[in-house]
Ligand binder design. Structure first.
Ligand SMILES: [Fe+2]
Length: 577
């Protein structure tokens, strides 16, 4: 059975599952070059179909991870808001109504849009429960026969949290927590309060949290997020409403408790760090509260996480350490793009003849480009490349890295999910104290406190990090071993942790070889690995890779086997006479 999953809401994406096998998946933002884009994922659909050599008329089911008609609760909340204040209605009510009408339109227009904007012959889409699709995106590709499943995001059609149990190909709902009680929206509102973009910059708050003290946590627990019996929690939207926070508005009572909101251009002070630490701690404690209930309900030994909150790798690590589960799994695309793949998988196991669950051994599900496409992109930019044969490539690049050079590393299929995992990466030597500043000055221009992540061959990980389990998708933070802290300053966060990626030869042979080559030269088979982009979505095509390279001062660009050095700056002309 051929099932196309697609999400046309925020983080639009498409995924193709053929006879129970995941053939392709990609986020639309990579093609249209706009982060978190909300759109019909036309280009991602074309890519997925092209990867399988299929047309839209070959697709037997189009699965969408939203039941658009279940928006009644959101509308009810908008009406309640209207009754409370006209200001609240202006922000929250209007947004809810706009979104509801947009969703209704999508419901009726999707097939027509597919036919006119992709190809004729689209079958009628099926609309699936959003949180069940998140749950499927994690449990169905995990290695567990049976597991507890926790989904936490901003909001689905009407809920914010799902507790479920997976067994075989079945997923049973145990409990749901409805709007407006949302941990995702709480953290997003705190992100806005701290002067960052809600629904986008939560990872910045998470990074900031480790340099603060959670001095505001008691007040947040008392006034904003209260845990209540049965593993549940309540959010006081009278004091902290996500919709108002999006508009930059905070009620007087909240400002009295926590001080004035930070504007994006304001300096980051200790109060901001303490607020970030407090929000992070309250989020973690609430998740633990949910997790304990889930564990007692299921008695399962494994846990699957999904939903946008599962990108909080610090919280994931606490859940793994403190809930008593033997294994915790987080898929590479835990957020709403991942729900597109979850929808395709969920429909496959519910309606298809396949009884086996698909595997997701790695995250390399996106497009790849051959050498001629890479050469064409380079020659268009007037760049000269050297072809380095397979047996010399990794040694050569490792040697450049060991000499402190920065390398844009572009190989094979693009990663699924927001992390660069060794195919669209910027790589550097993690042993250099000044490497963070060097990257920030030459490439990224991002907040100095934000950590960079390390990649390491899986079997060497324990020499440097306290890794209780493989971490192929960078979804957990772990302690750096005391003996390695001085060794890896550029990837060790202020709290002594690192968001490590463990790499196996099977998952990514070339990246694995590069890591081991670097290890042979330096004794440390660890590389700093950050994404190949500069304030844009991660690069997808060779043209974007070349453009990004030329916009920065990175020393080398490696496109497959093609090695490109930084062009010499134009010599100033000498005028005579
Ligand atoms: Fe979601």
């Amino acid at each position: 059975m051929v099932v196309l999953g697609l999400s046309n809401m925020r983080d639009a994406a498409a995924a193709l599952v053929v006879d129970g096998r995941i053939v392709a998946a990609a986020e639309e933002e990579r093609f249209v070059r706009q982060k978190h884009v909300t759109a019909l994922p036309v280009q991602a659909i074309h890519y997925c179909l092209g990867e399988a050599g299929l047309s839209l008329c070959d697709v037997e089911a189009i699965a969408v991870p939203w039941k658009y008609w279940q928006v009644g609760r959101r509308l009810g909340l908008a009406l309640t808001a209207m009754m409370r204040s006209t200001h609240l209605f202006r922000v929250k009510g209007r947004r809810s109504l706009e979104r509801a009408s947009q969703e209704w339109k999508e419901l009726f227009r999707l097939r027509h849009e597919l036919t006119t904007r992709v190809e004729p012959g689209a079958c009628r889409p099926v609309f699936l429960d959003h949180h069940l699709c998140h749950a499927a995106s994690s449990f169905l590709v995990s290695s567990f026969d049976r597991a507890a499943i926790l989904v936490v995001d901003g909001a689905s059609e009407a809920d914010t949290t799902l507790l479920a149990e997976g067994e075989g190909t079945r997923i049973t709902v145990l409990d749901r927590i409805p709007l407006p009680h949302s941990l995702g929206q709480f953290y997003a509102a705190m992100t806005a309060f701290l002067g960052f973009r809600p629904d986008q910059d939560e990872y910045i708050v998470m990074g900031l949290a480790s340099s603060g003290e959670p001095t505001f946590a008691p007040a947040l627990r008392r006034e904003i997020v209260r845990t209540i019996p049965d593993g549940r929690f309540e959010l006081n939207t009278r004091l902290l409403d996500f919709h108002l926070a999006r508009a930059g508005y905070f009620v007087e009572e909240f400002v009295q408790l926590f001080g004035p909101p930070r504007r994006a251009s304001d300096e980051i002070t200790q109060r901001h760090r303490d607020l970030a630490a407090s929000a992070q701690l309250v989020l973690e404690d609430s998740l633990l509260h949910l997790g304990r209930r889930l564990r007692s309900l299921t008695r399962a030994s494994s846990l699957c996480l999904a939903g946008g909150v599962a990108y909080n790798c610090v919280a994931n690590s606490r859940l793994r350490a403190e809930l008593g589960f033997d294994h915790v799994y987080v898929p590479p695309a835990a957020g709403d793009s991942g729900a597109a793949l979850g929808a395709a998988l969920w429909w496959t196991v519910r309606r298809g003849p396949e009884t086996r669950r698909p595997l997701l051994p790695d995250a390399y599900l996106g497009p790849q480009y051959d050498e001629s496409a890479c050469r064409a992109a380079l020659s268009k930019a007037g760049l000269v490349a050297e072809h380095v044969p397979d047996d010399r490539l990794c040694e050569r690049v490792a040697s450049e890295l060991a000499h402190g050079r920065l390398v844009f590393w572009y190989q094979g299929r693009m990663e699924w999910g927001p992390r660069a995992l060794g195919n669209r990466s910027l790589l550097a030597d993690p042993r250099r104290e000044d490497m963070r500043e060097l990257i920030n000055s030459k490439v990224k221009h991002r907040e100095a406190f934000r950590p960079f992540a390390p990649s390491v061959p899986a079997e060497r990980a324990e020499e440097f990090f306290q890794v209780p389990a493989p971490s192929p998708f960078m979804q957990f933070t772990v302690q750096v071993n005391a003996s390695a802290k001085g060794l890896l300053p550029a990837v060790t966060h202020v709290d002594g942790t690192a968001r490590v990626q463990t790499v196996t030869r099977e998952a990514n042979p070339r990246f694995y070889d590069l890591l081991t080559s670097f290890g042979r030269l330096t004794g440390v088979p660890v590389l700093l690995n950050t994404s190949f982009n500069v304030q844009e979505p991660i690069v997808c095509s060779p043209e974007e890779a070349v453009r990004c390279f030329l916009r920065t001062r990175v020393d080398w660009l490696v496109l497959g086997n093609l090695l490109v050095g930084r062009p010499a700056p134009a010599q100033p002309r000498h005028h005579e006479g």
